[in-house]
Design a protein around this ligand. Structure first.
Ligand code: ATP
Length: 321
């Protein structure tokens, strides 16, 4: 439904999107995850034909948005960060207005609008002026506004910005339902790791205009950590004087650990050892420690997840904002 090849956009000397290649299938929920300024909005604008592409190509529902932006707009619903509504019209009236602009017959429009208001949980508020809606209600009405057009693809730019945790959860559940029941393809941009992790089938990590990796969470971790996705933290205890076996030196223990199949690196800091490996080596490490004459004070196994990816790639940038 979305196919992008070597997509590039420059603003003067700045390359906002740098050779992006990506494809998103029908019914898939894809999360474009990246910090502020990564190029997410620019990518979305290019997909919608709202800004020019400098090089590369994009197809949305098989249509080139540069050549035929109107056809793309017919099939794609776009939910920007802040949706503009007529505040002195009710939720229902706003939706009927959108339906009219999209040439949907009046009877059909009302029936559909009511069904969608129900779906987004706003049926009880349908006659309230939108000016009196909360931020969460506006976002849900925004989604309803997009759905009235019966889109094949929904593109959302930071859709949960400003929502409280409950509102965010409900909104995300709604997105999943749309994709699962109606087969709608969803692309949404976010810099919130946890919401992306909760709902996306696939995630693209986007930093400084470049896609660093894409895939499901576990394949992302593998791509970004060069296959050494396991970390084992081991605490050793020097033996008590009277123990029969004299321990090997820590230098020897380090060498032995590095000989274990799959171990890529070890870091020794006094009695604390960190081992990076491509597979779970905890059983081998624990017996190695004991057989080398040490006691084992602790052993933690950890597999990289999106949190680690986030820490490595985004946290510094977000902290500086
Ligand atoms: N119209 C413009 N003119 C010049 N530079 C721009 C323009 N629009 C965006 N940029 C720059 O392009 C880069 C990418 O911006 P973009 O808005 O696409 O990022 P983003 O990932 O959507 O960020 P955010 O999460 O803050 O919305 C940024 O450095 C931004 O300053």
């Amino acid at each position: 439904m979305i196919a992008v090849k070597a997509l590039t956009k420059k603003y003067g000397d700045l390359t906002a999107v740098d050779g992006l290649t990506l494809s998103i299938g029908k019914g898939e929920i894809f999360g474009l995850l990246g910090p502020n300024g990564a190029g997410k909005s620019t990518t979305i604008l290019m997909l919608l034909g709202l800004t020019e592409i400098d090089s590369g190509s994009a197809k949305v529902c098989g249509i080139d948005p540069m050549r035929n932006p109107i056809e793309v707009k017919k099939r794609v619903g776009y939910l920007p960060e802040d949706v503009g509504f007529y505040n002195d019209l009710t939720g229902l009236q706003n939706l009927l207005f959108t339906a009219k602009l999209n040439n949907i017959p009046k009877d059909q429009a009302k029936q559909e609008a009511l069904r969608i208001l129900d779906e987004v949980g706003l049926l009880a508020e349908k006659d309230k002026m939108v000016g009196k809606y909360s931020k969460g209600m506006r976002q849900r009405l925004g989604l309803a506004d997009v759905l009235v057009k019966k889109p094949e693809v929904v593109i959302m730019d930071e859709p949960t910005q400003g929502l409280d945790p409950v509102g965010m959860k409900k909104f995300l559940q709604l997105i999943v339902r749309l994709s699962r029941t109606d087969g709608i393809t969803v692309l949404f941009s976010s810099h919130h790791l946890h919401q992306v992790q909760q709902v996306c089938d696939r995630v693209g990590i986007f930093v400084k205009g470049k896609l660093l990796a894409e895939g499901n969470i576990s394949s992302l971790a593998e791509q970004l950590f060069s296959k050494n996705t396991f970390t084992t933290e081991v605490g050793i205890v020097p033996p008590k004087k009277k123990r029969p076996q004299k321990p090997v030196s820590t230098a020897t223990l380090k060498l032995k650990m590095e000989e274990v199949l799959g171990v890529a690196r070890t870091v020794f800091k006094d009695c604390d050892i960190k081992v990076e490996s491509s597979r779970d080596v905890a059983p081998e490490l624990s017996s190695l420690v004991v057989n080398s004459g040490y006691g084992l004070s602790y052993l933690h196994k950890k597999k990289y997840g999106l949190d680690d990816i986030y820490d490595q790639y985004f946290q510094d940038e977000i902290n500086t904002k």
